[in-house]
Ligand binder design. Structure first.
Ligand code: TXE
Length: 509
């Protein structure tokens, strides 16, 4: 292990179990075991020290073939034959194992993504466990319907049957590797599907840990597979594979479009959860303290690397100055530091390449005339580490990149409006439609705004709330299909309609 990483781990007393899990080459998890035959390797870089943590197998299409074959075998074999209540118990056992392993999982997320460990514990790990617990219950409740046919002659029996869609490919991004994996895994397993997961090549650790935990608690080999490697190799091979029945993808809009086109060649079922540029409307009737706090957590959670981050604020002119003042003091008081430091809120971005991309957005906001309220100035006067200060610009408009493009970093744009109609028109002007937030203490206003905003998730007087019972997904360039909620189940089930023509029931002569 590199020197700076070792002393970083020592400083924050990283448990030995975590060190032994990461301090080795990472392979794939296929057919119930970790295997690693890859000659090609990818360096995993720890975001705070920016040193090499370990190496990851850079898989090939033949690794995908192996994983898909194993998933298919499990689907028609032990997993497919398992009574739903037994499946439910196994999913709950995995949730219990994750609970017991919560400290390790939180460390893995903080080390892999660079995120704040306090958030990793309360959001990523706790959220992932809750998803498994919720969907475990659905396993035993996936019934079809018996219908009373209304247009058929004679006596008939008409009913529907719900069947698992088959082998699922789950392509996962780097910002919430464990939580987003759990969104896809929990519902797929509940529906009786088997899964081939492809984590981001930047953040594979928690998916590998989950695969090991699942094997330990008794999941049959092949139910959960993880294939590691580059997106355009492994992700592409999964999208094109004839043995995959459903593709569930979370990531950027351009890659989502490409993956979707490939998946349609083989008529896969498809869910695409893509980027966002979520608007936030603060009316003259808002509680400004509450709004400022929620806006700050809505944009600076995970250092802004959140798909539904509220990144465009429209403030009514009557409260605009007060709100900006509060946003500024709140942003400046956020503790900045290493992901493993329990006090940190703002931590390094996932990679130097991503940080450069975010800085480019900041530079363009300066160049396009947005007014810096706090955060990163232009040019060389910047922190020398992997962290970006929470940055807020005022006087933003829709012709600036900061109000049009997903930045995926700790950068907030603010503007003001005169009338609600103007605010809605501007909020709805983006191609994206993942989330939107409204701050107002006037109930009528909140209901009206929630109806008129174009977004899959609407937050009132809050931002970024998530619950396993609530479907999450977007509109427009933010994709289609849902993660979580009972609505997600349909994405992993096929419905078969069965018609039985019943012979006449009159007694034979
Ligand atoms: O995403 P990608 P990246 C946005 C965000 C970020 C940008 C790039 O704006 O700055 O996307 O992030 C796999 N075929 N979001 O590069 O490339 C890849 O290996 C099949 C929003 O990480 O979309 C990874 O597992 N798969 C988002 C996953 O797709 C491919 C979260 C996502 O990678 C592939 C993350 C290909 N050709 C980034 N290329 C959100 N909505 O939460 C890559 N992949």
């Amino acid at each position: 292990m590199e020197k700076n990483i070792a002393s970083y781990f020592d400083q924050f007393a990283v448990p030995a179990e975590v060190v032994s899990f990461v301090d080795r080459p990472i392979g794939h998890f296929i057919d119930g075991v970790e295997l690693d035959t890859a000659a090609d390797r990818i360096d995993l870089i720890e975001p705070f020290t920016r040193e090499r943590l370990t190496s990851l197998a850079s898989g090939t299409a033949s690794d995908v073939d192996l994983a898909v074959a194993s998933a298919r075998k499990a689907l028609v074999g032990p997993w497919g034959r398992m009574p739903p209540l037994e499946r439910q118990r196994l999913i709950l056992r995995l949730a219990e194992a994750m609970e017991a392993d919560a400290d390790v999982l939180a460390h893995l997320e903080a080390i892999d993504v660079g995120k704040a460990i306090s958030e990793a514990r309360t959001i990523d790990v706790a959220g992932a466990i809750a998803n498994l617990e919720y969907f475990a219950g659905w396993t035993s409740k996936l019934d079809g319907r018996t219908t009373n046919a209304v247009a058929l002659a004679g006596e008939t029996l008409t009913y529907t049957v719900k069947e698992p869609v088959g082998v699922v490919a789950a392509i996962i991004p780097w910002n919430f590797p464990l939580q987003i994996l759990s969104w896809k895994l929990a519902a797929a397993l509940a529906c009786g599907c088997t899964v081939v997961c492809k984590p981001s090549e930047q953040t594979p650790l928690s998916a590998m840990r989950i695969a090991h935990l699942a094997a330990k608690v008794g999941f049959p080999p092949g139910v959960i597979n993880v294939v590691n490697g580059l997106g355009h190799v492994i992700g592409q091979a999964l999208a094109a594979h004839r043995g995959i029945d459903k593709l569930s993808f979370t990531g950027s809009t351009p890659v989502g479009k490409a993956v979707g086109k490939t998946a349609l060649e083989t008529m896969k079922r498809l869910t695409l959860e893509l980027g966002g540029k979520s608007p936030v409307i603060v009316t003259g009737n808002a509680n400004i303290d509450n709004a400022a706090n929620a806006i700050l957590s809505g944009i600076f959670l995970n250092s802004g690397q959140v798909c539904d981050a509220g990144s465009r604020v429209y403030a009514h002119k009557s409260i605009h100055d007060e709100l900006v003042h509060k946003l500024r003091s709140g942003a400046e008081s956020l503790p900045i530091g290493a992901g493993l430091d329990p006090a940190s809120r703002i931590t390094p971005l996932v990679s130097s390449a991503h940080r450069t991309k975010v800085l480019d957005h900041i530079d363009s906001a300066h160049a396009e005339g947005a007014a810096l309220v706090t955060g990163e100035p232009t040019g060389s006067d910047r922190r020398g580490d992997g962290i970006l200060r929470p940055t807020i610009f005022d006087n933003c408009s829709e012709n600036m990149r900061i109000f049009r493009e997903e930045i995926f970093g700790p950068v907030l744009g603010v503007s003001h409006f005169d009338t609600i109609d103007q605010a809605i028109e501007r909020a709805n002007s983006a191609d994206f439609g993942l989330a939107a937030a409204v701050y107002s203490d006037n109930v009528d206003e909140t209901v009206q705004l929630s109806r008129r905003l174009k977004a899959g998730n609407i937050y009132i007087n809050a931002h970024g709330l998530l619950d396993p019972t609530m479907p999450f997904g977007g509109m427009g360039a933010s994709g289609f299909g849902k993660d979580m909620g009972p609505e997600q189940l349909d994405g992993f089930l096929s419905t078969k309609s069965v018609y039985v023509q019943v012979a006449s029931s009159s007694a034979p002569e």
